[in-house]
Design a protein around this ligand. Structure first.
Ligand code: M6R
Length: 611
């Protein structure tokens, strides 16, 4: 989950690397560093903390040169201090390495290198790679990198520069993403495409095991077997300007506001503005197999896993296919029983989450059919799954997923309805009715956003803002919303929060209810509404502070609450799309009132590319 960028050209490498690191900071922000070669002089600068500290250290004291590598770190091995920041150097100081991933056999390799007399400077696994490359170097840097990659175990992407190589940079990937950007007289290596989009739109997605050797005017690639290979050059069409704040104080707030248009655009793309026809072209490779489908296993992490719970309820409700929802980190190490009629459905915003990637590969190895609901085109999962349904949410920068989540919900609704039609569970007229209900949702989301001031005023009340603990509860579709609301608040405010199925309260959690416990109840009108009202009565009777997410006009529900966020009334299967908005806004305003770093919360990174 670190970010890598490398440059070989004739411009000032430091500025290009800093620009790339700014765009990569979402992958980790514990420390940042770079190594730049000026002729044959290799200079390294690194700082603990955010990129701004590295920028500060370079102001008036810059690193000249037109070849270099940079890194932004999310610490795995070794604390996030300056010594452990990348790049790491070989013992003679001639080789500099930046790395994303984990060297799983680092401690064995370290012992064997120490036995040869190498003195380690850092506590990282990455330093092992620098010494290994030096150990294997016999006049050919790509060959030394290849041998190092064979010896080091685990998923990783690296970028290497070395003194005395005449403007050459080497990149290698296995299990972690790495792309090459082809410029005009300049070449780039990066962890993702937006990093280099301001300089070039021509990219190569390196494949598993590839080793690339870049000079300013040349790119050579060896495949996993060491044979020279030509990889497809892709012309990227998406826009990097979409990843700017555009006047909002935080990316998260901007991304919350984008949701109605993201969902509306997605529905228009896949279902048009009227009628009962859904067209999901990405699913065509699966159509034949989908006829015999009798089970779906949804696999995802974090917020995407919560979307998966909504997906289960949607698919079972509309298409009558049994669905299980698994966390990727459990699924991939389990021994699941999957047969030829099981579809493995992966949900992921980034398409790079390590556990979800490996779950997909595991399913593919046993010849199971895989479908990805994914946002980032060109990501590992988008490219490797048998079929992909894109959510078209645009770049999501805030670590807390917002539009990534709701665009997964609308894509799942479309998928479930499409499947229902294909399996003749719903006829075209019924599909038309349900699609019209879905088409009405973006306007309702807009109305929820327009009520943000009420959420902000509530979030600033000391009883909520200063709470040490909080609980989110709901039933049915509201249960998934409760889990997601809890994760949002917890990850950006650092308040200890639990999400629970409301029906479970009596089996233990109700013991926590006191007048110091805010309980956020998702109580929109649906088949289990009266049961939710009973839960709320029980909490109120014990003094709990209730915030209700309640349908417009529901006075009975509102009367049970200390504070209320009203949402428009809509069919239960689409209610998580509305409930998400006040829940996200509540988390945002609490965290902001507490002075938290909303877009880059501590210990987290946007893309979890390590296990
Ligand atoms: O990119 P993915 O959707 O695979 O990411 C999954 C989770 O890491 C992600 O949803 C995470 O839980 C977010 N920080 C939640 O806001």
């Amino acid at each position: 989950m670190c970010g890598i960028v490398g440059y070989a050209g004739s411009a000032y490498a430091q500025d290009i690397i800093l620009d790339g690191l700014k765009r990569l900071e979402y992958r980790g922000y514990d420390s940042a560093g770079m190594a730049v070669l000026d002729g044959d002089r290799l200079q390294v600068r690194k700082r603990a903390g955010k990129l701004a500290r590295l920028v500060e250290s370079l102001t008036g004291n810059s690193l000249p040169g037109s070849l270099g590598v940079g890194h932004t770190r999310w610490a795995t091995h070794g604390e996030p201090n300056e010594t452990n920041a990348h790049p790491h150097l070989s013992a003679d100081g001639r080789i500099a390495v930046v790395h994303n991933g984990i060297v799983e056999n680092a401690s064995q390799l370290r012992h064997s290198l120490e036995a040869e007399g190498i003195v380690f400077r850092s506590g990282t696994d990455t330093e092992v790679l620098a010494h290994l490359i030096a150990r294997h170097y016999a006049g050919n840097l790509p060959e030394a990198v290849a041998r190092c990659m064979r010896e080091a175990e685990g998923a990783m992407a690296i970028c290497v520069v070395m003194q005395g190589q005449g403007g050459l940079m080497v990149g290698a990937r296995r299990g972690s993403p790495l792309i090459v950007g082809l410029g005009d007289g300049e070449m780039f290596i990066a962890s993702d495409v937006p990093t280099i989009l301001s300089r070039t739109r021509r990219v190569i997605y390196l494949e598993e095991g590839d080793i690339c050797t870049l000079r300013r005017d040349r790119c050579d690639i060896l495949d996993a077997a060491g044979a020279p290979v030509e990889r497809l050059v892709v012309e990227v069409t998406f826009d990097s300007a979409a990843a700017e704040k555009e006047g909002y104080p935080h990316f998260m707030l901007k991304e919350i506001h984008q949701q109605p248009s993201v969902v509306s655009h997605q529905i228009l793309t896949y279902a048009g503005d009227r009628g009962g026809h859904i067209s999901l072209p990405g699913l065509i490779p699966l159509y034949e197999r989908m006829e015999s489908l009798n089970r779906i296993v949804i696999v995802a992490c974090g917020t995407a896993w919560h979307a998966g719970i909504v997906g289960k309820y949607l698919i079972e409700r509309f298409a009558r296919v049994p669905v299980e929802v698994e966390m990727a980190s459990e699924f991939r190490y389990g021994d699941r029983v999957l047969d030829d009629r099981t579809l493995v459905l992966l949900i992921t915003q980034s398409g790079e989450t390590a556990d979800t990637v490996e779950a997909m590969r595991m399913a593919k190895r046993s010849a199971r059919c895989t479908l990805a609901i994914v946002n980032v085109e060109g990501s590992t999962i988008a490219r490797e799954a048998d079929a992909a349904l894109f959510t078209h949410a645009g770049p999501e920068v805030g670590v807390a997923s917002t539009k990534g989540y709701t665009s997964q919900l609308s894509a799942l609704a479309l998928f479930a309805l499409d499947l229902a039609g294909k399996r003749n569970v719903l006829c075209e007229e019924e599909l038309c009715v349900w699609l019209d209900r879905l088409r009405a949702i973006p306007d309702m989301m807009e109305r929820c956003i327009s009520r943000r001031d009420a959420v902000r005023n509530c979030a600033r009340k000391p009883v909520y803002r200063d709470a040490l603990h909080a609980m989110f509860i709901g039933r049915g579709f509201g249960y998934a919303s409760a889990l997601e609301g809890a994760l949002k608040l917890k990850e950006i405010s650092y308040i200890h929060v639990e999400g629970y199925a409301a029906g479970e309260m009596k089996h233990g959690p109700i013991a926590l209810v006191t007048d110091a416990l805010p309980v956020i109840c998702i109580a929109t009108r649906d088949a289990v509404h009266s049961k939710m009202l009973s839960n709320m009565q029980e909490i109120k009777a014990r003094g709990g502070q209730i915030i209700g997410i309640v349908s417009d006009g529901d006075t009975a529900g509102a009367e049970l609450c200390n504070d209320v966020f009203f949402v428009p009334e809509c069919p239960a299967p689409f209610s998580p799309l509305l409930a998400a908005i006040p829940l996200q806004l509540f988390a945002y305003y609490v965290a902001d009132a507490l002075g938290r770093d909303v877009d880059q919360p501590r210990n987290l990174a946007k893309s979890v590319t390590v296990e």
